[in-house]
Design a binder for this molecule. Structure first.
Ligand code: FDA
Length: 497
């Protein structure tokens, strides 16, 4: 309601926002969580909350009239199709040189991601967040994050024989024959549920390919973990389909927060004003980066420093597929939850996730999402004439990522006598170099904020999400985002409240 007052307002319900909500609520603070996406708690006319990966519908994309699938083509056929404009779950947000995929809804990226819950190798952490105490992270906050997220390993004996991981076993064989370390990575999927899926005892979910447009059963999203625990305190209020558009100092102290209520067509149906003692920016790297850049440039938050909007990177994401020989079938049944990667970080600057290609048919393709050591960093800037925030990332900046990925796949192709697939991204392209799933940075820890996420210049404003991390984590990022949020909120609760 207009003129209402809350002690703590959190913008966005992804990893940073959910950790912050739980820990504040447990500390006795009433928390208001504002999320621009939908609640995703109600089945559609087909009885399911989320659409299938191979059959995207209105639920699948954020305010688009045509899908923009990460793999745009298959066997020469374009895959995208018209859909009704709707506040769907996956945002393919387009900037000049890159499309940034993000989750939209209560749970943020946890709704759409592959659940790969990877803690970086300890010796690589210093390059990720140099001002953070490594011992504390690995002794306290990474374990806390992994426990809170429900991270576990697949049963290796089951994995060795499961039809749905044949693609991963082919990936291992090829990695090892070329001399690369093949590492299992944990996930937040409920492995017992997946075994039941494989046994035909429960509705299929990961084995139905459900991932980027939501997963109807086995994945432990933030809705099932941090947010459920936060709700159980009785101190959490969640407002889905509400978008924060402004934060500025309030006359009597605290901050005035302007919030637009949206309908499922994306139209603003009401504009509300709330006063908050403290505001936590958890809108994700792009959401927080854009918001802070605009609020600084337009004078709403004039004392933010010149680091706002800087240090943005794509975690070096680049995709590719390889065409296997007929004796290396990858299986028509593929679990949508990846379990392993190829670690060539030290020698080649690449960590390649062995990813599923859940098409329902035998493709003889091996598919990979590589995370690479890419040195390029972009910046968000305010275009006053156009009234929007822009990002100066250039497509050509992916070249170091392609080069790093080639240190793995050129060698595997040479060893196996195989070639790259050229039918996945359109125009006979080998590399999916137009996108990222892992935006990071924009309000970097120790630069735009102090060493715990307090924004410089405006006491009571905090950044708690992936925008704190300067562009790269060496592995998939959500465990690090969660662990850093756990570290920072503990300090903020102890010192500021
Ligand atoms: P996150 O993006 O999760 O949450 C931000 C929330 O804020 C969103 O819900 C958004 O709608 C909301 N918001 C934004 N602006 C707002 C505003 N103005 N007002 C109100 N709300 C607003 N990572 C990983 O570790 N392992 C994996 O397997 C994968 N796989 C993967 C697949 C795909 C398809 C994607 C898109 C991403 C991944 N990721 C991943 C990445 C991972 O999901 C991502 O790094 C985290 O979700 C980022 O967490 P944050 O808390 O920073 O923001």
């Amino acid at each position: 309601a207009a003129g209402s007052h809350v002690p703590a307002l959190i913008i966005g319900s992804g990893y940073g926002g959910s950790v912050t909500a739980l820990r504040l609520a447990q500390a006795g603070v009433d928390v208001h969580l504002v999320e621009m996406g939908m609640a995703w708690d109600t089945p559609g006319s087909d009885g399911k909350i989320f659409a299938n990966t191979t059959k995207p519908d209105h639920r699948s994309f954020w305010l688009r009239t045509r899908t923009k699938q990460p793999l745009s083509n298959f066997l020469g056929f374009p895959l995208d199709k018209d859909v009704p404009r709707y506040t769907g779950i996956l945002d393919a947000e387009e900037f000049g040189g890159i499309t940034v995929y993000q989750g939209r809804g209560v749970g943020g990226g946890s709704l759409v991601n592959g659940g790969m819950a990877v803690t970086p190798r300890r010796e690589n952490f210093g390059a990720v967040l140099p001002s953070v105490n490594v011992d504390e992270m690995y002794d306290v906050y990474y374990p806390r994050a992994n426990a809170g997220l429900g991270v576990t390993h697949v049963d290796p004996a089951w994995w060795e024989s499961a039809a749905c991981y044949q693609y991963a076993r082919v990936g291992r064989k090829h990695a090892q024959r070329s001399g690369f370390p093949f590492v299992f990575v944990p996930n937040v999927y409920d492995w017992e549920y997946m075994k039941q899926e494989a046994a035909g005892a429960v509705p299929t979910s990961a084995l139905e390919g459900e991932v980027i447009y939501g997963n109807n059963h086995g994945k432990k999203t933030l809705q099932k973990t941090y947010l459920a625990r936060a709700a159980a305190t009785g101190r959490l209020t969640v407002s889905p389909l509400h978008r924060v558009t402004s934060v500025s100092p309030a006359a009597g102290g605290g901050y005035t927060v302007v919030v637009e209520q949206l309908d499922t067509g994306g139209n603003t149906t009401a504009v509300k004003t709330v006063t908050a003692d403290r505001v936590f920016f958890a809108a994700g790297s792009v959401g927080t980066g854009k918001l802070l850049t605009r609020l600084k440039a337009t004078g709403a938050l004039p004392h933010l420093n010149n680091e706002i909007g800087k240090g943005w990177g794509d975690n070096g994401n680049v995709m590719c597929g390889r065409a296997n020989h007929m004796w290396d079938a990858t299986g028509k049944l593929q679990s949508a939850m990846p379990t392993a990667g190829i670690d060539n970080w030290d020698a080649g600057g690449a960590f390649a996730e062995v990813a599923p290609l859940p098409t329902g048919i035998e493709t003889y393709a091996s598919f990979y999402l590589s995370i690479t050591k890419n040195p390029h960093r972009a910046e968000f800037t305010w275009n006053a004439a156009a009234g929007r925030v822009e990002l100066d990332w250039q497509t050509a900046w992916k070249q170091p990522s392609i080069d790093a990925a080639k240190t793995i796949f050129d060698r595997i192709n040479a060893k196996e006598g195989t070639i790259y697939r050229t039918d996945l991204f359109g125009s006979h392209r080998i590399w999916g170099d137009h996108l990222t799933y892992h935006p990071l940075g924009g309000a970097v820890l120790g630069k735009a904020t102090d060493n715990y996420g307090r924004l410089h210049g405006h006491p009571g404003l905090y950044v708690v999400d992936g925008s704190l991390i300067p562009g790269n984590t060496s592995v998939n990022p959500f465990v690090t985002i969660t662990a850093l949020a756990e570290r920072n909120i503990e300090e903020i609760i102890a010192t500021d409240l």
